[in-house]
Design a protein around this ligand. Structure first.
Ligand code: CA
Length: 298
């Protein structure tokens, strides 16, 4: 198994021209060792988001070239395992997050993780659900910082990108150039305060090149559903795009007219928020696998 560490290579942008630090074949398993989203700069509750060197924030380990992938293909990234460190943190800062205008003072809270339980306080303990916050490939055109989510993936902050799920990303450049980081021990839909439980860790994935799948934007597959993800400057725009893609997938996957798929989506497919705090926002339409069993081809 290949192991790639942030010490081998870390990127703070997803751009059309990325130089791989390693190359893997379709079907290979790779482990990505990742820093926490703040690059290890938050060590205690005295450290806040105000003090950060922003050039070292939200790094993604990689990129890793996927041999044989080219523009128009899709890569499937199956998340096999995520292991996290023993200590994570959350931070709030004025001007960021859904209630950024109500935050008076920056604050950091260190959160120990013990046997899969996040110790929020003596009284409040919450089971972790680790996931990968940032996962992406080289985009079609402009360069995006890793703070942005987009058609290329990036800072999707989608809690279902967790063990057992698969992420499908369109390939825009030869070799795809996969990078990931920004692991969370736990996060809820919305990521309202601007942080999940940010934590260092390793992600083991299996990467496959798929042909004959038309995909414009990221798609997530869980045990029981498909999620069409879309990111845009506003949540309204992201919701519209995610719904557009989801209705199209439902029509093709369940062999329905567009009208019927649109109506069925309205009664059977939840439109949800991945995150409402990043520079662009991410929404998802959730299609139960009982309606679409297999990824539609063509
Ligand atoms: Ca993030």
């Amino acid at each position: 198994m290949r192991r790639i560490s942030f010490q081998d290579g870390i990127t703070y942008t997803f751009g059309p021209s990325m130089t791989p630090i390693a190359k893997v074949r379709s079907g290979e398993t790779v482990e990505f060792a990742c820093q926490d989203a703040c690059g290890g700069q938050i060590r205690s509750e005295k450290d806040t988001l105000d003090d950060l060197d922003m050039d070292r924030v939200n790094g993604a380990t990689g990129p890793v070239g996927v041999i044989g992938s080219r523009a128009g293909d899709v890569i499937r990234i199956r998340i096999r395992e995520i292991r996290v460190a023993e200590l994570g943190f959350q931070s709030i800062v004025s001007g960021h997050g859904v209630l950024g205008d109500e935050v008076r003072k920056s604050r950091t809270k260190m959160i120990p993780i013990e046997d899969g339980i996040a110790i929020f306080s003596k009284r409040i303990r919450v089971p972790t659900r680790t996931h990968v916050g940032t996962i992406g490939v080289a985009p079609a055109e402009k360069e995006w910082t890793t703070f942005y989510p987009g058609d290329h993936g990036g800072n999707l902050d989608t809690k279902e990108i967790s063990k057992g799920s698969s992420v499908y990303l369109p390939v825009f450049q030869s070799g795809a150039q996969l990078a990931m980081g920004d692991i969370h021990a736990l996060m809820a839909d919305g990521e309202v305060c601007v942080t999940g439980i940010e934590i260092a860790g390793t992600v083991r994935v299996q990467v496959d090149v798929l042909r004959g799948v038309a995909l414009k934007r990221p798609l997530v597959e869980t045990a029981d559903s498909w999620m069409t993800l879309a990111s845009a400057p506003t949540l309204d725009e992201a919701a519209k795009l995610a719904t557009h893609d989801g209705v199209e997938m439902l029509a093709r996957g369940a062999d329905l007219s567009w009208d019927e798929a649109y109506m069925l989506a309205s009664i059977a497919c939840d439109l949800r928020i991945s995150q409402d705090v990043d520079p662009w926002r991410t929404a998802k339409l959730v299609i139960p696998k009982s309606l679409v069993r297999r990824l539609p081809q063509g």
